[in-house]
Structure formats: C-alpha cells, structure tokens
Ligand binder design. Sequence first.
Ligand SMILES: [Zn+2]
Length: 695
Amino acid sequence: MIHMNNAKRYTVTAALPYANGPLHIGHLAGAYLPADIFVRFLRLKGKDVVFICGSDEHGAPITIRAKQEGVSPQEIVDRYHEQMKRSFSKLHISFDIFHRTSAELHHEMAQDFFRDLYEKGVFEEKKTEQYYDEEYQQFLADRYIKGECPHCHNADAYGDQCEKCGNTLNALDLIKPKSVLSGKAPVKKETVHWYLPLNKDEEWLKLWIQQGEYKGKHHHDPKTWKKNVMGQVGSWLSDGLQARAITRDLEWGVDVPAEIPGSANKKLYVWLDAPIGYISATKQLALDGKIDSWEKYWQDEDAHLIHFIGKDNIVFHTIIFPSILNAKGNYNLPVNVPGNEFMNLEGDKISTSKNWAIWAHEIAEAYPDKIDEFRYVLCANIPETKDSEFTWSDFQTRVNSELVAAFGNFVNRIMVLNKKYFDGKVSSCKAYPAIEADALSVVAEAKEQMTKCIEQYKFREALDVLMTVARDGNKFLTNYEPWKRIKTDEEEAQTVLFYCTQIVANLGILTQPFMPQAAEKIFSMLNCKDLKWDDVGRLDLVQSGKELGETKLLFEKIDDDFVSAQLAKLEESKKNTSKSINYKPVKDEIQFEDFSKIDIRIGTITAAEKVEKADRLLALTVDLGFEVRTIVSGIAEHFSPEEVVGKQVQVLVNLAPRKMRGIESQGMILFAEDLEGKLHFVSPPAGMDNGSEVA
Ligand SMILES: [Zn+2]
C-alpha cells in the first residue's frame, strides 16, 4: 500500500459545520472525533500535519433563520461560530485553525477561484426557469424550497438534496414543491446562472476515484476508500453526472465578482465556496505565522489531503470540489474521503427541529470532567459502516465496566502498589525472562494493530485494541500477584510492577489520540512526557527509581441517577420543542405610509355559497354598513357556508377587485392561520358596528 507512509505532510479537514444551529453528538461522532483521533495519531508519529476546520456561514438557511428571529444573518453566524469554536476547544478537538467563511480572506479566495474558472471558460451560462415566491418577490434558492423527494418520497426534501436518501436533487424535480418563505406553491420564472458541466468530468473522475489514477499517475489505492463512500460515488457516476448551477439568486453569500457581466445580485453557490474555506483557512494559518506556507499543504504532490465528513457531504467532497480543484489545476485531490453514516439517539433519528439530540455545547459546558468518557463512548459507536446508536445506558455500561473497571482500575492499582511498597518510586527490574516475555506480549502487537486500524479509518477497532491492552495488563498483574510475591521474593515483585508501570506508559501513548485528558493524567502520574507513537511496545519508557507523580482517578463511575436525569431531560426537551420552527419568517420591512394605505373595516357575513367547480372557494355576501359587497374567499376546505353566515369579520376593503371563477371579489376577509395551518375567524368584540375601522 503506497498510501500513508510516503506522504511528506498531511492536510486533514473536517466538514465545515453550518453556522445555523448547534452541533450534536451525531456531528461529533460522524466527522470531528474521527478526524481528531487521526490527526493526534499523525502528530504522535511526528508527522507534518495541519488540521483545518471553520464554520460555513453562507446559504439560504442562515437568512431564513435570521428572518425568523428578526436579526441580521451576521448575528446568526457570529453566534454559532463562537459557540462551535468554544465547544470544539472544550471537547479537545485539536484544530490548528477554526476559521470562518464570512472572513474577507475567504471571500477573496472564493472569488479568485470563480474568476479563474470563468476566464478559463470552464462554466456554462444557462437561462433556466426557477422557482419564485410571488408573495416574497424573490427567487427561491434550494433551501427555500421543500417538497417530496422523487427518489425515496421523503416529504421533507430540500431543493438541492434529500437528507433521507442522500440524493442530490434539482428543485424542479421535487413533487409538490412549497416555498419555505410563504408556505405556498412557487411559480417558475426565468433567471441566468453559471453551471459547472460535471458531465465533462465523468471520465477522469471515474479514473481517479475508482482506479486511483490521476493525470496518468498513481494517486491512491481505491481499496483504502470506505465501502459506503465508494458505493454512493459509484452510483452517481454510473447514473451519469449533470451540469450543476454554481451561482444563486441570494442576498447573503460570496458575490460573483463584480466585473463579470450579469453578476448583479448573484452569489456563489454555498457548496462552491464552502470547501474553498479549507484552503482559505490554511492561508490564514500561514498569515498567522503558524505554518510557513499554505501552498505546500495544498499543491505539493507529497502532501496528502484527507476530508473527514458525514454521508450527507460525500457528493460535494468526491465530485464537486474535486472538479473545481481539477479545473483550477495545480491543486491536490483528496487521497481519501472517509465519510461516515449517521448516529441515532435512543431509538430515534437525531433531529434538530424535533429537539431530539444531545448537544455538543451542553456536554462541553456541563461535563468538562467527562469529556474523555464522551469521546470514548462516541468513538466506540462511530457510524463507520452503517448507522449507529447512542443510548445513555450504553454510555453508563461502557464507562463503568470498560473505562472504570478495566482501564482506570489497572492504572490505579499500579500507582497504589508503587506508592505502598516502593515509596512512590518506580520499582527496580531484574532479569526474569518469563515475566518480561509475558509483559512484552501485552504491548508488542498494539502499535502495529492500532496503526493499521487508524490508517484504515477503523477507529472502533483501534479502540478495541486499546482496551485489549488495558485488559491484558490487568491479567498480567493478577497473574503475578506482586502483593503476594513481595512477601517471598521482593525482587521478583519489583520486576512485575516495573513491567506493569511500562504497560501503563504504553497505554498513555495509545490513549492519547482517543482520550487526551486521560493520557495527560497518566503521563503526569508517571512523571514522563514527550513519548511518541513509535515508543509503543518498549518496556523501558519509565526508569527505575523515578519519583511518581500524584495519583489521579482517570475516570469516574456513572450512577443510575445520572442516566435517569439525562433520559428525563431528553424527554422534556422533546415535549418543549420550540414552536418557533414552525413560524413563518417575518416579511420584509415596510414604512408607515405603506401600512397607512391599508383600510380594514368590520363587516358581517350575511350569505355564503360554494363556487361551482372550485373546491376551495366560497362566495360571501358581506355587509360593511356603508355598502354590501361580494367577496370570494379560499376557505371552503375549512368552513361550510352554514358555519360562516352571521359571523362578524375584519375585511380589507381597499384591495383592488379581482375576478375569481367569473365572480368579482371586492375585498379580502382576514383569518388567523394557526401553526398547523388551520384557519380561525378574527372576530371583533361583540357589538361593533359594521363599517368600523381597524387600525
Ligand atoms: Zn430521498
């Protein structure tokens, strides 16, 4: 395998989290934790690596949320950028930089990419019909449209992607499309955009991904790519790729460079600009003086680029971004894209909108002493080959029986025995070949086995190797019983404990990528530092006679109360799911004079009948005091004619008349629509005179 060892340096990225809401454990287990384990492993091996991430701060959902909350998009992204940055740091996800795509440096770089590709004639310009919301008078970007997925019939698919089946979509293919803004069916209208003709990239993409060949050279071993990733990519490639629009009619995002004709009001597609964020973040790292050049991590042939992502991002990292890098030229393509499946929670899909999640920031803030425990259990459940599940009872079992009873207990016993019998110093070691051989067998294979697992992105298996070392260490200890032996042969007992101490040091190194706090505690207890990955397997890591540090508990038991409190909290949060997610966004600001043009009066419905051949319409006769009018209203699915006669209502009386099914409607009756979409009368207090003004 030419894969890992010949790289001079590594550029490891973790999916840019979207700055539109908090992160949950599914995100951590899917992308950030595996990436962090991988990077810590490379660093322990002494490799030159940059670990790049940042928040993705463009795209429609951010503007939708800003509208819902009545704040600016910048306020939304500032809030979540800061929150995510803080959480990652507290969870010991060791990015070299956590940048952001709203940074000017990023806008410039994304525009440079666009400009360069435009000048090279890579894009196709196309006039197409796109969905437009008449009520809000704007084109609807992908995320502004929801509807039924034509592939799996998930009713909640977005205009660009179905999150259920992972297919990328064209908004026009959605069944029963609906505008997220008005909730109404959009209309089609013409607009011009630039397209990336992915169909022209098919051939080299196949060769690159499936054969591991790029520009006539060996690039990577396709067998090292995960099956789930290869499967998804393979099916897109065999279905055939289509040109993809890479600009949008949006108000928030990276501007299409102003000098390009037709660029007014056009923004770069968020999936064009976001991955370029990896590069601009690396450039920022160089500007900060942390690395001497960003180019060598992206353009030097000996640099290996690896993208850690969740399955919903596979297409962007295997097809779209590589196509852009290829068109730009002189950039490395990823040697691997380890994409994971999804994590479920207590039997259900994790859902932000249903508030069914364990939030990263809550773990980070509430349990700073249990971060390693979370990292451990999440790693044990990384959805590497299929969806996985987190449950609080599994959390408790793993922490108590694996971390506390096996791992923590072993380390603690060695410390206590050294303190008790040898005055807090590392015991001495004499020649006992059988004991040495037994001790060696505990750690001898670990480095190679774990290296192999991590290099193949099998982090769960790597964690098993770690636990096996801890368990075998325990067995070694119980087997030789130094607390008994000390009464008969002190030198032998010393030697056993000496080897146990070496096993603990080995465990410290092996633990570092997974549970950095526990590793640090081990090293401080052993009073040693700067151990490297290549030291694993050695039995001379801590010298005899060395003063040991203060004994610390590595892990704490999780009691039943903790678990039931967590379960209760989860149930409670589901009940309290904020209804704000169903609120329609507030419409654009108007001036007082706009409002003052509106004339609303009280009236009474005196007669009502169904409109022929129109299921939704009722023709109403309304007495406004000063005159009687006919108003056609789309309420027939909500009320029968009998139900409405006699009701006093509020009427918009100066709306221009319009013909509906041949009947002229002379105004509009106001209704309140509840969050389930049901209509209710907005009746004035009893005894109001018809014709009274509402203002
Ligand atoms: Zn679908």
